[in-house]
Ligand binder design. Structure first.
Ligand code: HEM
Length: 489
């Protein structure tokens, strides 16, 4: 611990400074540290040692705390180290578009609870049940997706809402959106996330009125602290964040799953306040399809043979995995799409992070472009300010070739590799020299922001792609109609 503290203090002094305002010494230190991280991750006698762990974590914890408040600011960081592909925190962050695309399309992408270039297996009590931790194509993951699509985002009534320019969704959403626009500071995260949560609850679970306590819990989850508890590496959670989890994470996670088991459950007809789901059958379908899968974070619960009666704990675990996926990607992702990617541009308050060289349009220009082609406009807003910044894999046996500082290097098995959607979305090699400019109408299948080419069917394409875009559009349409200056005659 004292060694870590000393290293941390030392590293705080060596935090990255954007290249534009750094001298050769600090640039050299930043790049030197990148090579040191590379050696820690790949070199036989250092790999998987606590020395490497301390060196990597102390440096990057200091960067994390001193470059920004709670989230990594990608642009200044890549400027500081002079590359879009760099070691950070828990592995190699790759921003090169072609590599990111191939990672995202990899049908056998390993996911696990291995939390970094030094593989750590956390005790199961820390296991996040979030579906994004299941290995791609594992029997459990495939079954989980099949059930999720069928019961939620591709259910017939949800698809009907999305048909005909999502007219049905707009009608269902209208009363909730009216209430959203009626509050004073409606564009803040607190109110956007409340509206999105109510829409998700109504559309996916048939819950007309969300109880106030659950709504407050969802708002806490949607806040920056809640998002931190959802996305910070679990090793940071377990060390620092018990209280944060109890205040910001757990009330929404357990509150929503308890509500669904009590009030949206075919097994409890007298208590229904939403759609009657057969949770036990859904859990059984996933668990039994995955019964042969291994138990290391690939499916919730443990044990269980194909024919054994389903333990209620497994049903609860399954419901929790649905809830975690929804809160994590659905609530935070869609709220960010609205209040961070879209509205600031239309309100004329958008600022590119960390001095990114983006040619800015005025609010009036954005409004005109939005009115002409709202969906391509939203895609472009999402490209430049991705609501979900990354996806990842753990390198399989035999290692993987990855780009690092202009060359392809082989990273050994068990290395954490992050597909950095933020950099991939502005890689000039893929998007051209105007990559940083806001130009709606680029080819839709180049956008990878929903974890696959937009409108495609990648192995773990976001199941909420279409729904979240249309929910976002419903909110922005209503904002434009109610709050934006009217069109010139
Ligand atoms: C209705 C709203 C949404 C729902 C229901 C939803 C649902 C999900 C689910 C269940 C997963 C896990 C899929 C799997 O592991 O196979 C997922 C992953 C993902 N979603 Fe969504 N999502 C929504 C909105 C969004 C938005 C707005 C974005 C960003 C534009 C987004 C981007 C992603 C990404 C990048 C992943 C992969 C994350 C990773 O691999 O770590 N989602 N989503």
């Amino acid at each position: 611990m004292p060694l870590f503290a000393l290293l941390f203090l030392f590293c705080a002094l060596l935090r990255p400074v954007p290249k534009s305002c750094s001298g050769p010494i600090s640039y050299g230190v930043a790049v030197g540290w990148q090579y040191l991280a590379y050696v820690c991750v790949t070199f036989g006698c250092l790999r998987h040692t606590y020395f490497s762990l301390l060196v990597m974590r102390a440096k990057q914890l200091a960067d994390f705390l001193f470059t920004t408040s709670l989230t990594l600011s990608y642009f200044p960081y890549s400027e500081a180290v002079g590359s879009m592909d760099y070691f950070y925190f828990n592995g190699l962050y790759v921003g090169s578009y072609d590599y990111v695309r191939s990672l995202i399309l990899d049908a056998k992408r390993e996911r696990s609870l291995s939390l970094g270039s030094v593989a750590l297996s956390l005790p199961r009590s820390f296991s996040p049940l979030t579906p994004v931790f299941f290995s791609t194509g594992s029997p459990y993951h495939s079954a989980w997706r099949t059930v999720f699509f069928r019961e939620f985002t591709r259910r017939a009534d949800v698809q009907a809402m999305l048909a005909d320019d999502a007219a049905g969704l707009a009608a269902v959403a209208a009363p909730y959106i009216r209430e959203w626009l009626a509050v004073g500071d409606f564009h803040t995260r607190e109110h956007v996330s409340a509206c999105i949560f109510r829409l998700l609850a109504r559309i996916l679970f048939g819950i007309e009125t969300v109880p106030q306590s659950l709504l407050a819990a969802a708002q806490a989850f949607g806040s920056s602290m809640g998002a931190f508890t959802a996305v910070a590496p679990a090793w940071a959670h377990s060390l620092l964040c018990g209280k944060l989890q109890a205040s910001y994470g757990e009330p929404a996670r357990y509150g929503l799953s308890s509500y669904l088991l009590e009030h949206c459950n075919a097994a409890k007809p007298a208590a229904l306040k939403g759609r009657p789901f057969d949770w036990a059958a859904m859990a059984a379908e996933c668990l039994r399809s995955g019964a042969l899968a291994d138990d290391e974070g690939h499916r919730p619960g443990s044990g269980g043979h194909a024919d054994a009666p389903l333990d209620p704990a497994h049903v609860r675990s399954y419901v929790q995995s649905v809830v975690d996926g929804l809160l994590f990607a659905g609530l935070i992702g869609t709220s960010t799409l609205v209040d961070t990617s879209a509205l600031p541009r239309l309100r004329g308050v958008y600022k590119p992070e960390g001095g990114r060289p983006e040619t800015l349009l005025s609010a009036a220009e954005h409004l005109a472009l939005y009115r002409q082609r709202p969906r391509p406009w939203l895609l472009e807003a999402v490209r430049l300010q991705p609501p979900v910044m990354s996806s990842s894999k753990v390198t399989p046996a035999g290692g993987t070739r990855c780009p690092f500082r202009g060359a392809e290097r082989i990273l050994p098995e068990g290395t954490f590799v992050v597909a950095n959607l933020y950099h991939a979305s502005t890689d000039p090699a893929a998007w051209g020299n105007d990559a940083h400019d806001f130009k709606p109408g680029r080819p839709a299948d180049k956008y990878l922001n929903w974890n696959g080419p937009f409108g495609g069917d990648a192995p773990r394409q976001c199941p909420g792609e279409h729904l979240s875009l249309e929910m976002g559009k419903a909110l922005v349409d209503a904002w434009v109609e109610a709050k934006a200056p009217p069109l010139e005659a």
